[in-house]
Structure formats: structure tokens, C-alpha cells
Write a protein that binds this ligand. Structure first.
Ligand SMILES: [Zn+2]
Length: 271
């Protein structure tokens, strides 16, 4: 599943062709994604793309005639093509006046494409309005995180993955961030100290930033809009490394299931 860094890499990729382009045509097939397409979607034809932003794992395309919210779901990816023709599992396409086309390919069709009319703010859409702060924003501070975690009666790893606390920490990055902070993923959220929260904020930003810079993490089939694979997988310390020696202390990495998600950790480095 694409996580925040992969979505940000995708956003940067499609921005190159979308920004300042005019949308000539909006094309989609008749198979629905997670939700049906709005019949108003064709309002975007002839529109001018003003900005391509991201909120959590949603890409928002702002035009002068309304906006689009795109979510990649479990298996979706956006790519740029010079060929308008749709291939297998291509479901949605923006045909641009600069000869490029932005295409959503999604084998499992859990993705989402929503049209938001011109007079509405996409950030207030029901999918986005209750999301917690962005990890790179000032709102995500040690004090904020301490307050949120102190009310949680679950493990710190599960709490960090809650979008209501902070967006963008998915399963892979949660294991990596906790390893970097030397915190056991099984610890209860309300035992995490302010100093540890300060570390968590710092390491979350560092790890997500490094992943974005290396093109995201290619697990299964993620690729950026230009077809480039992500290389962050080479920088993973614990995720996917069960039984292998810890890169710091050589103790074998262990695997535990928390909230039905695989969680990797070093039993010696993490307390
Ligand atoms: Zn270790």
C-alpha cells in the first residue's frame, strides 16, 4: 500500500505535467473505484490546473473549475503517458493540453477519485476534515504528541498509526521510527515520556523525508509517476528483516503482530 512518502513522490511527479496545464478531457471507465465517479466530473474539462497539493495520503488537484481528490488505495499508482489510450487496469485519465496524460492504474480498485465543485473546499470533504496534523507541520510537536498518547490505552505503535493523531505513519514507517527512537513497539502509548515524544517527532520527520528523497519504498509494486522504483527499501533497519542480525547490535530482529499488522523490532536496542 502506498504510504505518505510514496504519495508525496507521486504528487511531485505528476505536478511537473499538471501545473499550469489545461485539462482537455476527463476519461474514466464504467467500473467504479471505492466510490462511484461524480457525474459532474466533466466540469473540469477546459479547466486550468493551479496547484497540486497533498493532505495525508490524498492528492488534491486544484483548478479554476473545482478540484479533484485522488487516493491511491491499496494498489493504485498514477503515471504520465504520452499515449491517451488506456491499458489494462487503467481506470481514470486526465488528458492535458500539453500532450501529456495523467493516468490512474489500480488493479484492486480501492482507489478514489472525487470531484469537488468550485465553491467547496476539498480540505473540508468528509474524507479529510477529521485528519490529524501533517508530520512536517508545527502542529505535530512533542507536547501535542505526549498529550495525545497519554489518553491512549493501546500500544505506541498502534497509536502512531492512527490518522487522528498524526497522518502519514503507516505500517512500514511505524516500525522504522520506533527502532530509530529505541522504543519497543509493544509499550503502552501512555508510558511514552515527553523526551521520547520529542525524539518520535524528530525521527518521524527524518525518516519520512529521507524516504521521499529516495523515491519512496518499493514494497511489492510501488513506482513513482515516472516509472522509477523507490529506493528507500535499502534503508529499512527492521521492517522485513525478521531473524536477520540488527544493524546496530547484531541481535536477531523479531516479529510481533499488533492490531493484525506485522511489527518488526530489535529486542535489545529497543526498550
Ligand atoms: Zn539492536
Amino acid at each position: 500500500m502506498p504510504e505518505l512518502p510514496e504519495v508525496e513522490v507521486t504528487r511531485r511527479g505528476i505536478s511537473k505535467v499538471l501545473l499550469n496545464a489545461r485539462i482537455k478531457k476527463v476519461v474514466h471507465d464504467d467500473k467504479k473505484l471505492r466510490e462511484p465517479y461524480s457525474p459532474m466530473m466533466n466540469q473540469l474539462e477546459g479547466s486550468f490546473v493551479k496547484a497540486v497539493n497533498r493532505r495525508a495520503k490524498y492528492i488534491i488537484v486544484y483548478t479554476d473549475k473545482g478540484s479533484l481528490i485522488i487516493h491511491l488505495g491499496m494498489s493504485g499508482h498514477l503515471h504520465i503517458s504520452e499515449d491517451e489510450k488506456l491499458a489494462l487496469h487503467d481506470h481514470f485519465e486526465l488528458v492535458l493540453d500539453n500532450g501529456k496524460n495523467v493516468i490512474l492504474n489500480d488493479t484492486r480498485r480501492f482507489g478514489l477519485v472525487l470531484y469537488i465543485p468550485k465553491d467547496q473546499d476539498p480540505l473540508l470533504d468528509q474524507h479529510l476534515v477529521n485528519l490529524g496534523p501533517e508530520p512536517f507541520s508545527d502542529d505535530f510537536s512533542a507536547e501535542y504528541l505526549k498529550d495525545k498518547l497519554s489518553h491512549k490505552k493501546k500500544t505506541v505503535k498502534q497509536a502512531l498509526m492512527e490518522a487522528e493523531i498524526v497522518v502519514g505513519i503507516g505500517n512500514i514507517y511505524a516500525s522504522e521510527i520506533l527502532f530509530a527512537c529505541k522504543i519497543l513497539p509493544t509499550r503502552l502509548a501512555n508510558t511514552i515520556t515527553l523526551e521520547e515524544c520529542s525524539n518520535l517527532v524528530k525521527e518521524t520527520r527524518r525518516i519520512l523525508h529521507e524516504s521521499i528523497c529516495s523515491g519512496g519504498t518499493t514494497i511489492r509494486d510501488f513506482e513513482g509517476a515516472d516509472g522509477e522504483k523507490g529506493y528507500f527499501v535499502q534503508n529499512l533497519f527492521v521492517y522485513g528483516h525478521r531473524g536477520e542480525p540488527c544493524k546496530i547490535c547484531k541481535t536477531p530482529i523479531e516479529l510481533v503482530t499488533l492490531g493484525q499488522r506485522s511489527t518488526y523490532y530489535c529486542p535489545k536496542c529497543q526498550k
